[in-house]
Design a protein around this ligand. Structure first.
Ligand code: NAD
Length: 471
């Protein structure tokens, strides 16, 4: 079979191929359908050198011009969402409509970030002196993205970093490099050469980048385990760091909810993108009065949801994105079976490809691996509770602190409970919704630093205090 090799890296504003390539696998078939460049060490050197050289002039481009170029890039991404969506589905697995939403949404997100500006704080403006603090860019950003929302999470880094006046070398996951390489191509004539470099490669490329002394900052989204390795690598040169890591989000369902409505919304929050979302509901605590009703409704939705190739009409949920993750989810299922947990499953799934039926684990013990660990796949433990204080404690008893949700008709009470959750984001009667102007920051081992909002923009800048004597 001929593989599509029409993918190039972007280095110094030019298309770059490589001597060796990495295969890209369609998770719905388990077969390679394309080859992506495998960035050689000297090509990474060229990308960093180009970004360093471009930084000298890009930082001096007026803020309004940088904002306008990022907005233009965002508009171009949205215009190309339909064209890119099929490629997205082939490499990532998500059904086409959801793929298109991510790409168009990422473009709109960039346009929103392009409207943000760093503040200037004046501490004193007197006859004696002017003291003001302004914000300056850092240098070359090393941006590393995961495979679950490959376009969105890369643009969350690109937009604020470039608005702030930095330049960038962006690396997608080896499992989903293609759309990001195409985006590099789409933006080639928008940004001056070297401002945005896009490189792809295998497992060695990430560590090679984080160890490179040419970067001023690493912005990383991925697992907590890898995040810790990135932090170690950053220590050597005291590189600045933003880490958006794993989560094991709890949702609490109070007894007064409308079960039909909440079942639909909770199902979406737990299983959208085949549950491969950092802020998906991964532990569902349900009050005993409504436990059976919600469990049965969730199972009915699972049975009615078609799991299959995202390229086919009518598919609700696609495959697990890659074999490594697929095997990890299978192992968690085996562990649940070995411990005699009750598994309730949705319908048939295709035999080829990395498919797992939607699985609900019926009231497992709190100590079960499927409760304690981030599954990052469609296995949702639902757990019974009767006492609110006790369930808040159970929800908070986790090394993670990414997001959480509370469902109740008594909004005031729900907000009270939500505020007691030890997470960076909490939702009341909704989930998964995030905005570009609102900070997103994992607590505990879910992260280090902030993305989005003005706080997220300032993570790509350093304050500079200017003291001017007047008298
Ligand atoms: P991962 O940590 O395996 O990989 C993420 C990226 O890091 C990839 O590009 C990979 O090539 C690179 N990488 C791997 N090892 C590296 C190393 N030693 N040094 C530098 N780079 C390295 O994560 P993943 O499996 O791609 O993504 C899933 C995880 O990401 C889940 O835990 C999920 O919760 C988390 N996630 C978090 C957020 C968030 O915003 N908090 C968003 C999405 C995903």
């Amino acid at each position: 079979m001929d593989l599509n090799t029409d993918f190039t890296m972007t280095i110094d504003g030019k298309p770059v191929t490589s001597a060796s390539t990495i295969p890209v696998i369609n998770p719905a078939t388990g077969e390679a359908f394309a080859q992506a460049p495998d960035c050689a060490p000297e090509q990474l050197e060229a990308a960093v050198a180009s970004a360093q050289s471009a930084f000298k002039s890009w930082r001096r481009v007026p803020l309004e011009e940088r904002q306008a170029l990022v907005a233009k890039a965002g508009a171009r991404l949205t215009e190309n969402a339909e064209a890119l969506a099929r490629l997205f589905t082939r490499e990532q697995g998500r059904p086409v409509q959801g793929a298109q939403l991510e790409i168009a949404g990422a473009g709109a997100w960039m346009q929103a970030v392009a409207g943000m500006s760093p503040p200037v704080h004046v501490s004193e403006d007197s006859a004696q002196q002017l003291i003001e603090t302004r914000y300056v860019p850092l240098g070359v950003i090393c941006a590393i993205a995961p495979w679950n929302f490959p376009v969105n999470l890369a643009m969350w880094k690109l937009a604020p970093a470039l608005v702030a006046g930095n330049t960038m070398v962006l690396k997608p996951s080896p499992f989903t490099p293609l759309c990001t390489l195409k985006i590099g191509e789409l933006f080639r004539d928008i940004f001056p050469p070297g401002v945005l470099n896009v490189v792809s490669g295998g497992d060695e490329l990430g560590p090679r980048m984080t160890a490179h002394p040419g970067f001023a900052k690493i912005s990383f989204t991925g697992s907590t385990a890898t995040g810790k390795r990135v932090m170690e690598a950053a220590a050597k040169d005291l590189k600045r760091l933003t880490l958006e890591l794993g989560g094991n989000d709890a949702a609490i369902v109070m007894p007064d909810v409308d079960l039909d409505e909440v079942a639909q919304k909770v199902f979406f929050g737990a299983f959208f993108n085949s549950a491969q979302i950092c802020v998906a509901t991964k532990r569902l605590y349900v009050h005993e009065a409504v436990y059976d009703g919600l469990r049965d409704r969730l199972l009915a939705i699972a049975k009615a949801t078609k799991v299959g190739d995202g390229a086919e009409q009518g598919t609700g949920l696609g495959p697990i994105q890659n074999r490594r993750q697929y095997e990890r989810v299978l192992e968690l299922l085996d562990d649940a079976r070995a411990n005699k947990l009750t598994l309730l499953q949705g319908g048939e799934v295709p035999q080829n490809g990395y498919f797992i039926p939607v699985t609900i684990v019926d009231n497992p013990p709190e100590s079960a691996r499927v409760v304690q660990e981030e599954a990052f796949g469609p296995i949702l433990p639902i757990l019974k509770f009767s006492d609110v204080d006790a369930v808040i404690e159970r929800a908070n008893d986790s090394p993670y602190g990414l997001a959480g949700a509370v469902w109740s008709k008594d909004v005031e009470r729900a907000v009270e409970i939500a505020r007691r959750l030890e997470t960076g984001t909490v939702w009341v009667n909704q989930n998964l919704y995030l905005r570009p102007d609102t900070p997103f920051a994992g607590h505990k081992q879910s992260g280090f630093g902030i993305e989005n909002g003005q706080e997220g923009l300032l993570e790509y800048m350093a304050p500079q205090a200017v003291y001017v004597a007047r008298a």
